[in-house]
Ligand binder design. Structure first.
Ligand SMILES: *[C@@H]1O[C@H](CO)[C@@H](O)[C@H](O)[C@H]1NC(C)=O
Ligand SMILES: *[C@@H]1O[C@H](CO)[C@@H](O)[C@H](O)[C@H]1NC(C)=O
Ligand SMILES: *[C@@H]1O[C@H](CO)[C@@H](O)[C@H](O)[C@H]1NC(C)=O
Ligand SMILES: *[C@@H]1O[C@H](CO)[C@@H](O)[C@H](O)[C@H]1NC(C)=O
Ligand SMILES: *[C@@H]1O[C@H](CO)[C@@H](O)[C@H](O)[C@H]1NC(C)=O
Length: 546
């Protein structure tokens, strides 16, 4: 009798208790067909890479960035040759073997014992996504034969590991590589929460579990902090105490890739703790309920920010990664609601390109919805309102610094739907980049995307992410969908592909446990965001207006 009862209970449990393990759906649509014109576009993107890279080789080799207007160089990432390391996985994806071999040679000579720019601290986040991520991706893509790349990834990670002080869960954002001392400043959840893919892979490849433990404890800590909106951690964090700083919520810079990795991490590592995917799903659900708004003109769907008190109707190029990330997560979790919203977000982001005189989208913008137009800054001017009445958004920061996010989401949308409108958009972007950003056979940012006569002038810098991300996403959009399939690779936030096994996501059906909200006032001053190019102060445009 007892035995029977137990068996009955077990059987009941098996039926009633939902499985925590989701056998994830495919992300790519099966049977995708590229039109004949794709080959021309793909070849043109390779030419753009080789042209710009050859200018880099001539005037900037070994430095971080090419300065394409003055034909000089800039060391914005400690002078370790960021363009070379960040460009390596693109070279392999494009089949540029000679350039890749030269890059591997160079990589062996990098000295990570100090910053080559003595006045510059080292960013844990930037160095992880560009260098550790770049090395590990190239190492995998070339069949794990270039051991030097794994060694270099480990060397730099061993230095970055000094960012975890004592038993702190959360790393400091910046280090002095000469003294291995952290720079004590406020950090943010993007800097502290975007390390899990790279550091866990490093553990897997080296057999040293420490890297994985460090990165994961930081994200688990952030995910368990109290929040006003479920799943949506505040942007600021104090690495010394592990406490949230302020209560600003956004999918933009300073927060972005923390949310991005919550779903990419369990995709790459199926045995991961359910807190990652569960927090991602909670964050998305909360965003759909509270942050999702529709513009009164054009019906564009966007995610607003929340400053702890009010909704701010602002958006940014950086935040536009969200569409691709929601397509990925929605497909993996078999949730069409999320995919449908994601495709609307991708359309709204593309609209910021389609509406300007150059066909390139601006850095920051704002919206008006039926429930308001508050941005945290000035009310829209007459010319803003005039632009808005035609385009359904208005520009608050008119520059473009060769960022990838809109084209990244466009790539996911193409691979997930097979709708050729996304190919048309990518083709239009290639045309605009060549027409408006080309200078000295390389590519520069511009100050005013809405001036087709060059009136705003060039920005004399080619960040390494142009080679790592913009050109790779464009290339892959026009490449055989079975090459670097989203069902076989997970891209880090710098577009470095990592090999992934079958998709199985460990997720919990109860909401993540969080600690109670701190008793301090909810609307503390905005955190200080380090003013580096990958993570510009997302509030700069707002602060400028305040
Ligand atoms: C960097 O430091 C390590 C450990 O102190 C040392 O073994 C290595 O030789 C140094 N590398 C260079 C290039 O100086
Ligand atoms: C790093 O520390 C050294 C030694 O104290 C100091 O000379 C150098 O200025 C520091 N570098 C930075 C970027 O703070
Ligand atoms: C593993 O990596 C950590 C972080 O760099 C380091 O402190 C530790 O000594 C390494 N362990 C082994 C066994 O090499
Ligand atoms: C899912 O996560 C839980 C909690 O960390 C763990 O015990 C379990 O083994 C994981 N499941 C799988 C199938 O990896
Ligand atoms: C799908 O996502 C929506 C939006 O976040 C959510 O409300 C819904 O519960 C999800 N469905 C499942 C089955 O998880």
């Amino acid at each position: 009798m007892l035995l029977l009862t137990n068996a009955f209970h077990l059987a009941l449990l098996a039926i009633v208790a939902p499985s925590p393990f989701v056998s994830a759906g495919n992300v790519q649509k099966s049977g995708l067909q590229l039109p004949a014109s794709a080959a021309t576009n793909k070849a043109q993107v390779v030419t753009m890479f080789t042209d710009a890279y050859s200018v880099y080789q001539k005037v900037a080799f070994g430095h971080d960035d090419l300065e394409p207007v003055s034909l000089s160089f800039d060391d914005s990432r400690n002078g370790w040759g960021a363009t070379i390391v960040d460009g390596m996985s693109t070279m392999l994806v494009m089949g540029l073997t000679d350039l890749y071999q030269q890059a591997v040679q160079f990589a062996g000579t990098i000295d990570f014992n100090q910053s080559n720019v003595p006045s510059e601290t080292v960013s844990v986040f930037e160095t992880t996504i560009r260098f550790v991520g770049g090395f590990l991706s190239a190492y995998q893509l070339n069949g794990e034969q270039d051991k030097i790349l794994l060694e270099k990834a480990q060397q730099v990670a061993d230095k970055l590991a000094f960012a975890w002080v004592g038993n702190n869960d959360v790393p400091f954002g910046e280090l002095n590589f000469t003294t291995n001392e952290p720079i004590v400043a406020a950090s943010n959840i993007a800097e502290a929460g975007t390390l899990t893919l790279e550091w866990t892979l490093l553990s897997q490849l080296t057999g040293n579990q420490t890297y994985a433990d460090l990165a994961q404890k930081s994200v688990k800590h952030i995910a368990s902090l109290g929040t006003q909106l479920p799943g949506l951690a505040a942007q600021g964090i104090d690495p010394s105490s592990g406490e949230a700083v302020g209560s600003y919520v956004t999918w933009s810079g300073g927060s972005d890739s923390y949310f991005e990795y919550l779903i990419k991490f369990p995709r790459l590592f199926p045995n991961s703790d359910p807190i990652f995917a569960t927090t991602w799903l909670t964050a998305v659900d909360s965003s759909i309920k509270t942050l999702k708004k529709t513009s009164t003109v054009g019906g564009h769907v966007y995610l607003a920010d929340f400053d702890g008190t009010q909704i701010r109707h602002i958006g940014s190029h950086l935040a536009c990664f969200h569409a691709g990330n929601w397509i990925l997560g929605g497909k993996l979790l078999n949730n069409d609601t999320i995919v449908d919203v994601a495709l609307e977000l991708a359309d709204a982001c593309w609209n910021t390109y389609a509406s300007t005189a150059t066909g390139i989208g601006p850095e920051t913008f704002a919206w008006i919805s039926s429930d308001g137009s508050f941005t945290g800054g000035d009310a829209p001017s007459a010319s803003d309102l005039s632009f808005y009445s035609k385009n359904g958004f208005y520009i608050t920061g008119s520059d473009y610094i060769l960022r990838p996010e809109v084209l990244e989401s466009n790539f996911y949308a193409w691979r997930a739907t097979g709708d050729t409108k996304y190919l048309d958009r990518a083709e239009s972007a290639i045309e605009s980049v060549n027409k408006f950003l080309e200078v000295n056979n390389a590519f520069a940012g511009i100050n005013d995307v809405n001036n087709a006569n060059g009136g705003g002038g060039f920005i004399d810098d080619t960040e390494s992410f142009f080679f790592a991300e913009v050109l790779k996403y464009l290339y892959l959009t026009f490449d055989d969908p079975n090459h670097i399939s989203i069902d076989e690779f997970v891209f880090n936030t710098e577009c470095h592909p990592f090999k992934a096994g079958p998709a199985e996501i460990n997720i919990s059906h109860s909401p993540p446990k969080t600690s109670p909200l701190p008793s301090s006032p909810l609307n503390l001053p905005l955190p200080q965001i380090s003013p580096n190019p990958r993570l510009p102060n997302p509030f700069s445009s707002i602060l400028g207006l305040l």
